[in-house]
Design a protein. Structure first.
Length: 179
């Protein structure tokens, strides 16, 4: 999974930042694991005082993570999560680490006359979900309502409309410092 690591250290600094280069398989595995994977970092260095080693527990994360609320997460015509949506939101607990920023893009389903209100509804979906996720970490937020402009399924059936009612969240992580 890990191709190689590179370390940078400023003179006199008491922390170390390690950037890992992942193979395509490693990136794919991390993309499937929301919140990254637990890892143990071991380092050994030659210093003027001899060989020094250290280890620390950390988490391997992609700098950008993207996830979408599952189909059926939103009540039709409302800015409210269904029971399935609430379960998904609760499942995010403990997976939001080192969050620098959140971007939430709301989408809605096209249902005839309700298409006019879809922009404000999709924005309300994004706002509600972004606030809930922000409680788990992350201060900067950007909220966007896309309305019915980008469907991923046919709006002719309820199953298709359930897929189209979604929020896509992009999480930007900040690099963690290991003391």
């Amino acid at each position: 999974m890990l191709a190689e690591g590179h370390a940078r250290r400023r003179a006199g600094a008491r922390s170390l930042t390690v950037a890992l280069q992942l193979t395509s398989r490693g990136r794919a595995l991390l993309a499937e694991r929301l919140g990254g994977v637990r890892a143990r970092l071991r380092a050994q260095a030659l210093t003027s005082g001899g060989t020094r080693s250290a280890s620390a527990r950390t988490r391997a994360l992609l700098q950008l993570e993207r996830f979408t609320t599952p189909p059926g997460s939103w009540l039709p015509g409302e800015a409210a999560l269904s029971e399935r949506g609430e379960r998904f939101r609760r499942s995010l607990r403990g997976k939001r680490v080192a969050v620098a920023a959140l971007r939430c893009e709301g989408h809605s389903a096209w249902v005839g006359a309700l298409a006019v209100e879809s922009g404000s509804l999709s924005l309300a979906h994004a706002t509600l979900f972004c606030r809930a996720v922000a409680k788990l970490g992350g201060r900067r937020q950007m909220v966007v309502g896309r309305g019915t402009a980008e469907p991923i399924a046919d709006n002719a059936s309820e199953a298709g409309r359930a897929k189209n009612r979604r929020v896509v969240v992009t999480v930007t992580h900040r690099p963690a410092r290991i003391p």
